[in-house]
Design a protein around this ligand. Structure first.
Ligand code: ZN
Length: 311
């Protein structure tokens, strides 16, 4: 009788121990769920987080982060998310409160910490107006976040700034998941080495260009230009296609400065870029600031800017 009770107690204890160990093992294997705004940032979080993170991107391929409206199922997925990493792209300004409200337990990291934001060329208050087909914002509509108004949100186009963002992400992941701190440190170091090589490669590609001015439709390459001593001239004005007079001035500027190519990106219209290109007998060249293949894409962009400058 007594031994039966002991056996039963022992088997209960065994079940309990198995359950506890299973829970620990499960918790250790379960990746941290992270949401980011744009694809290049997914790459950064994955580089630092490795197997310990599962990253989703809010702005879907082909859409503009200036005017994006998250889908209801994306907002509901936030309830199972530990961390939202924002980068300052304009759609966040109108959505960040709803994003926070979707999951009060979710942490929100601003990856811009420690980064000096540059103003956008020719924009009084950029980031409020959307211009663009993917968008739900009306031009001129105004949002909060005044301290960042008129600041360029495309930080990730500069590898040294990506390194700073990666450090911010490393520290936040280590805070949320201290068990894997060493892995985050190690992954960050490896990524830092990769970014250093990328930076050197780009410097080499853009060395000794006969012309350091390049023309783009949407000014997504300002931090890239600042980092590598280039001058970005945007065709877009205040987030919209330029008017007839502005277009004529741009064509004159392109001729004066020996611009041979106009760079466009897939998320935006190529209409006025093509008009300028025709007028200068130049080319329209697509480059994508939102590629997930961060390093190779940036090398390709540098190569294309260099080729156009040497034409
Ligand atoms: Zn943009």
């Amino acid at each position: 009788m007594k031994s039966k009770l002991v056996r039963r107690l022992l088997s209960l204890l065994a079940c309990f121990i198995v359950a506890v160990f299973a829970k620990i093992a499960f918790a250790g294997a379960e990746p941290l769920r992270v949401f980011v705004s744009v694809l290049p940032q997914k790459t950064i979080v994955e580089q630092v987080g490795g197997a310990h993170v599962e990253v989703r991107t809010m702005v879907r391929p082909g859409y503009s982060p200036h005017t994006y409206d998250p889908m209801p199922r994306q907002i509901s997925a936030l309830s199972r998310t530990a961390l939202f990493v924002r980068s300052g792209v304009p759609f966040e300004d109108s959505w960040v409160e709803r994003i926070r409200a979707a999951n009060p337990n979710m942490q929100v990291l601003d990856a811009r910490q420690g980064i000096d934001l540059r103003p956008v060329e020719g924009h009084r208050d950029y980031g409020d107006g959307g211009d663009h087909s993917g968008g739900g914002l009306e031009a001129g509509q105004h949002h909060g976040d005044q301290s960042h108004a008129g600041r360029d949100p495309h930080i990730w186009t500069s590898p040294p700034l990506v390194l700073q963002m990666a450090a911010n992400i490393r520290d936040k992941l280590a805070e949320l998941d201290p068990v894997h701190k060493k892995d985050y440190d190690r992954n960050y170091d490896a990524f830092a080495t990769e970014l250093k090589t990328l930076d050197e490669d780009i410097r080499m590609l853009l060395n000794d260009l006969p012309n350091r001015t390049f023309m783009v439709f949407h000014p997504a390459w300002g931090y890239f230009a600042d980092t590598y001593g280039l001058i970005q001239v945007p065709i877009e004005k205040e987030g919209k296609e330029p008017g007839a007079r502005a277009l004529v001035a741009l064509i004159e500027q392109a001729k004066r400065e020996g611009v041979r190519a106009i760079f466009v990106q897939p998320q935006f219209s190529v209409h006025s870029a093509a008009q300028v290109a025709r007028a200068i007998d130049g080319r329209v060249i697509p480059i994508d600031p939102l590629s997930a293949d961060y390093a190779n894409n940036l090398r390709a962009v540098a190569r294309q800017i260099a080729e156009a400058a040497r034409e």
